[in-house]
Design a binder for this molecule. Sequence first.
Ligand SMILES: NC(=O)C1=CN([C@@H]2O[C@H](COP(=O)(O)OP(=O)(O)OC[C@H]3O[C@@H](n4cnc5c(N)ncnc54)[C@H](OP(=O)(O)O)[C@@H]3O)[C@@H](O)[C@H]2O)C=CC1
Ligand SMILES: O=CC(=O)O
Length: 324
Amino acid sequence: MKVFTTRVIPEEGLALLQRAGITVTQWSDLTEIPAKERIAKCKESDAMLFAGGQKIDRAFMEQCRHLKVISLLSVGYDNVDLKAATELGLQITNTPGVLSNATADSAFLLMQAVARKAFFHHKRILKGEWGFSTPTANLGVDIEGKTLGIWGLGNIGTVMAKRCRAAFGMKIIYNNRHRNEAAEKDLDATFVSFDELLQQSDVISVHTSLTPDTKEKFNAAAFSKMKPSAIFINAARGGVHNEKDLIAALQTGQIWGAGLDVTNPEPMNADNPLLEMPTVAVLPHIGSATIETRNAMSRIAAANVIAALNGKPVPNPVNHLYSL
Ligand SMILES: NC(=O)C1=CN([C@@H]2O[C@H](COP(=O)(O)OP(=O)(O)OC[C@H]3O[C@@H](n4cnc5c(N)ncnc54)[C@H](OP(=O)(O)O)[C@@H]3O)[C@@H](O)[C@H]2O)C=CC1
Ligand SMILES: O=CC(=O)O
């Protein structure tokens, strides 16, 4: 049995595949595998393991119907045409749960970096601009006791809420499509409408998946309803906010700051005005990028491949989610 991986995967997942007697071929180049090459590799393989957000569309999958599984090394599957996959009988799997802590930690880090303008100060020091500090200079804002609004209180959103409650005694409000009663009980979280979330939050942290419903939900209309002191955090997908509208909201003081682990497009251009703003912090989509977490993700992605190649039920299917 043969699996092709579109990026070099962490050691632990690789070892699991090899121990299961599967021949692993990896795309070791640091650039994205070209589309033609990807089809050629698919034709030689029984399974594919995808890392990164490369589009997996109907045209590609029509040529790869023989695959026993397309195993994603990610929890997000917005890059896959799930409807087409299911119609073509292709199993798609993901790696939920194990990356929730690391990803929430990146949102937590961004929240504090924005509140204290940490990235801006770091850039100034690099430029030799330590400067003369006065009691009214270099001021950020406190987080303690403020209201955190989570949009998408699922696995990652719940960890972010826990962290913020434990560290800063934040009051938690949230908006989902469905109420999360367990989190309401555990975190004393209050379900609010989307507009109430915008109006009441001091920090809004986005943790929804990217879907037609969530696409560019944070646009001019949404930013105009937020507090001028609000911090916007997005560690989900860049497509959930409209970048032009975010820039305008920051420039006109409609909101105070923004922390982004995800941008649209990725990578962000180095001349993007967001990178020059004192109350903005940007990370290059590193939410799950810790040694422990990426190894855990690779073990799960490998387990999905091994199950599929052995004709067993895959542990983490996502096909059923396309109709939700
Ligand atoms: N920055 C990074 O590196 C990473 C980013 N991610 C992103 O984070 C996302 C969330 O991951 P995870 O927490 O594991 O997923 P979950 O499925 O556990 O949580 C997603 C949440 O979003 C809610 N949601 C979905 N659609 C809507 C909507 N239209 N309006 C309001 N809420 C909605 C869901 O609740 P309900 O359906 O009840 O409304 C659910 O609570 C991933 O899809 C991925 O895109 C993930 C890992 C790393
Ligand atoms: O963005 C990362 C993911 O796991 O989804």
